[in-house]
Structures are given as C-alpha cells and as structure tokens.
Design a protein around this ligand. Structure first.
Ligand SMILES: NC(=O)c1ccc[n+]([C@@H]2O[C@H](COP(=O)([O-])OP(=O)(O)OC[C@H]3O[C@@H](n4cnc5c(N)ncnc54)[C@H](OP(=O)(O)O)[C@@H]3O)[C@@H](O)[C@H]2O)c1
Length: 238
C-alpha cells in the first residue's frame, strides 16, 4: 500500500485509554493515524510503544474545547490529508452529585464532550462533503441512555451529543457520510478512579477490545452504516 492509498483516521483524546488503544489498532491495520489531545508527551509515548512494531502515528496536539484550536488543527490536517474517519473520543468526567459539581467542572465536561465533538464535526464536514464520503464515530456512553447518579453533567453531554448526531446522520446520508455512535459501558481506563479500576478490573471491558470493534466498523462495506452499538461488560453496569 502506498502512502497515498492509506486511509486517514483522526482520533481525538488519543493520549490514553480507548483513544490510545484505537490509535494503535488503526495503525496496525495500515491506516494513517493522526492523534490529538492536550498532553503532547503522552501522545509521543504512543510512538514509543509502537516502535517495536515499526509503525507510527502522526501527532497533532489539539484541545477540542477550543473552537479556534479545532479550526487550526483541521486546517493543518486537511492541507495534506483526506480525512476518511473522525473519531470523537475526547472526554472528561467527574463522579460527583450535581450539588457538588463546580461551575468550572460542568463547563469543562460540556465544552469537551459535547461542544468539542460538535466543533470537530463542524470543521471536518465541508471536507468530507467535498470528498463525497467519510465516517464520523462518536464515543458516547451507556449514560446517554441510562440514568446513573453522580454523572449529571456527563450524562447531559452524552445525551446531547446523541441527539445532535442522530439528526446529523439523517442529514448526511445523501453525502455518503456515515455517523456511528458507540455507547460503551465500564471500560478500564484512567477515566475511572484508581480504587475502582483495581477492585473491578475483572468486570470491566478493556480499551484494546473496543479498539478492535472500531476498526471492524470502519472496515465494513461501503453500502451500509452501523448506526449505534451499545456494548457493556457481560456482568452489566458497575
Ligand atoms: N472508560 C469508560 O468506562 C467509558 C465508558 C463509556 C464511554 N467512555 C468515553 O470514552 C472516551 C475516552 O475515555 P477513556 O475512558 O479512554 O478515558 P481517558 O483515558 O481519561 O481518556 C480521555 C482522553 O480525552 C482526552 N481529553 C480530555 N479533554 C480533552 C480536550 N479538551 N481536548 C482534547 N482531548 C481531551 C485526554 O487527553 P489529554 O488529557 O491529553 O487532553 C485523554 O486522551 C470518553 O469520551 C469517555 O466519555 C468511557
């Protein structure tokens, strides 16, 4: 495969957890992977981890909560790449009752999970429409459909993005752009407090298994779209 034939996948929030595993798995599949997040040193660690496999990803730091930063990043990426797939994965959370969430925490969650994803979508859309194809995969959560206490702002962000992207999917069918929503349950990543990861590790899904699911969805036939997948640990929610 020449560099020109490689499919290009842009993953936000790729410095740890699900995003990092997805970056590594897409790179193994032969895709050109562009990784973004705020922590550059953690993004660089992906290439250290991939070195023995003789593959690498391209690092493009971006804070998705900043629309200016997203505009600048998409401009830079599309100067030399055709984005085949955007994976909106960047996300933050707190595990607190609503009355204890500070206004800043609420702003951070909504600005990153909801507006951040909308900013990236808005910027890649003209590019994908011009290309006549594309895929947008959004990493939502089971909390987009089910009520969990101590996650009010997080649920609002994921439910909001579920609504936005369900409308978007219908608008983009005529442009041959697929909108895919993934609603995962508990996955063992740094998003969870250390004590929970240690005590519930066996029950939690692993980010590398979700990464394989994402690659499988991306490689599906051109004429069909996986619209929504809910995936949770076999024992249920934590
Ligand atoms: N773990 C679970 O159980 C679970 C379940 C359902 C859904 N999810 C969703 O999966 C996604 C990935 O989370 P994870 O579990 O893999 O947690 P994680 O390891 O904490 O990863 C979150 C990623 O988002 C990035 N990020 C946070 N704020 C950002 C911003 N403003 N701009 C750009 N990147 C930002 C972080 O990188 P930087 O700090 O370097 O910016 C990090 O790479 C999230 O959307 C989360 O809601 C997770």
């Amino acid at each position: 495969m020449t560099a020109k034939d490689k499919k290009c996948v842009w993953i936000t929030g790729a410095s740890s957890g699900i995003g990092k595993s997805a970056a590594m798995e897409f790179a193994r599949t032969g895709c050109k992977v562009i990784v973004s997040s705020r922590r550059i040193s953690s993004l660089e660690k992906i290439n250290t981890d991939l070195k023995k496999e003789k593959i690498k990803v391209e690092i493009m730091p971006c804070n998705v909560a900043s629309s200016a930063n997203v505009i600048q990043t998409v401009k830079k990426i599309t100067e030399t790449n055709k984005i085949n797939c955007l994976i909106n994965n960047a996300g933050v959370s707190t595990f607190k009752p609503a009355k204890e969430n500070s206004l800043q925490e609420i702003k951070d969650i909504i600005n990153t999970n909801l507006l951040g994803s909308i900013f990236t979508i808005k910027q890649v859309l003209p590019h994908m429409i011009k290309n006549g194809e594309g895929m947008i995969i959004n990493i939502l959560s089971v909390a987009a459909n089910k009520i969990f206490e101590e996650s009010s702002a997080y649920s609002a962000s994921k439910m909001g993005l579920l609504g936005y992207t369900n409308v978007l999917r219908e608008e983009l069918r005529e442009h041959n752009i697929k909108v895919v929503n993934i609603l995962p349950g508990a996955t063992e990543t740094p998003m969870w407090p250390k004590e929970v990861r240690e005590s519930k590790s066996k029950e939690m899904m692993k980010p590398e298994d979700l990464a394989q699911l994402l690659v499988w969805i991306f490689l599906q036939k051109k004429n069909m779209v996986t619209e929504e997948i809910t995936i949770r640990p076999i024992q249920g929610d934590i």
